[in-house]
Ligand binder design. Structure first.
Ligand SMILES: [Zn+2]
Length: 145
């Protein structure tokens, strides 16, 4: 069991690979980074947009700075989340996080469900301007759609 976990645990590189798509810049520390990294992120963004009624024109209108999706180790996500005051200190590392002030999604990998969930938060914040108390319900629904 333990050996299996070691063999299948994702690795992370010291340098990120940057892939730029139409609506997002992907900075991936995951090693290896999938060749279609930007397309995977934008597929999840389309899925999130569709689930909460956001159009492509609204995505185009978001402008600068672009959405950034950073793929990094859970421990690094935890550290950034704590510094930003988004996570309580002492956690073991979350899977993913949306950082509103920075238009930034942090995720440990390219899992489509996790990406869709966090990208829904981005749309709830930047396009729909929904109060935070309503975020989780919509994101959970989008993730399952
Ligand atoms: Zn959430």
């Amino acid at each position: 069991m333990r050996l299996w976990a070691l063999l299948t645990a994702p690795g992370y590189a010291a340098q990120s690979r940057v892939r730029t798509g139409r609506w997002a810049v992907v900075e991936s520390y995951l090693d290896p980074t999938p060749p279609d990294a930007a397309a995977q992120v934008e597929r999840a963004l389309r899925r999130a947009a569709q689930a909460c009624g956001v159009t492509e024109a609204q995505l185009d209108a978001l402008g600068e700075p672009p959405l950034r999706v950073r793929v990094m180790a859970p421990s690094a996500i935890q550290e950034i989340g704590e510094k930003a005051g988004l996570l309580v200190p002492g956690g073991v590392g979350v899977h993913a996080l949306y950082y509103p002030q920075a238009r930034l999604v942090l995720t440990r990998d390219f899992d489509a469900g996790i990406l869709t969930h966090e990208l829904t938060h981005y749309l709830q914040d930047q396009v729909l301007h929904l109060p935070r108390a309503q975020w989780e319900r919509g994101a959970t629904a989008a993730e399952r759609a």
